[in-house]
Design a binder for this molecule. Sequence first.
Ligand SMILES: *Cc1c(COP(=O)(O)O)cnc(C)c1O
Length: 224
Amino acid sequence: MNEQTDVPHNLRVVQDKIQLTAQSATRDPTEPVLCAVSKTVSADGIEIAIAAGQRVFGENRVQEAEEKWPEIKERHKDVDLHLIGPLQTNKAAKAIHLFDTIETVDRPKLARILANEIANSGVTPTFYIQVNTGEEPQKAGVFPGHADEFIELCRDEYGLPLAGLMCIPPIDEEPTLHFSLLREIAHRNGLVGLSMGMSADYDIAIAFGATLVRVGTAIFGPRG
Ligand SMILES: *Cc1c(COP(=O)(O)O)cnc(C)c1O
């Protein structure tokens, strides 16, 4: 984050655009939640956003979150921290203590280990299942063709509290096809939460039903 970045101003601009887009899509303007993606942002930068009223944050790496967030959470008990990057099974135990929401559940082994950790620890974060809507080999997420089966496994077999689905569309493709595919999979499985949309396309995502948008650059400026 650059010294000149006016985080409180940027937050207002993004919140206004969220509300306006929701309104013009005839949605409740207070429904879409802004997750401020604070990866690479220092604890001081995050404190500025919290002072401006922001409460939901996203980090993509467990280790980075571990270094920054325990102290911040100690000071601000009402922040809601989301893991939005891939989760390795050997970090599952750490992750359920550090994060309030894990958006990247995407394979049976991880779901099983998370379920065991929850049973052993008593903490219960909320989960999203990540869907690899573009079927990109290098990207995490369950493929659309396996999503129904995987949702059922997570919900019925492992009893994970599922809030919804998350996707990261391929960077060089029109995102609307991916947003509508994610919405369709969620609806047919009775899931309400749709985590989709980033700085470049969160307004489009809201028009397609996003309940949670993950915005970094438009709030904190370009990452170095
Ligand atoms: C970094 C990141 C974002 C935010 O991207 P911006 O383009 O900076 O808004 C959103 N979602 C995920 C999964 C990310 O890793």
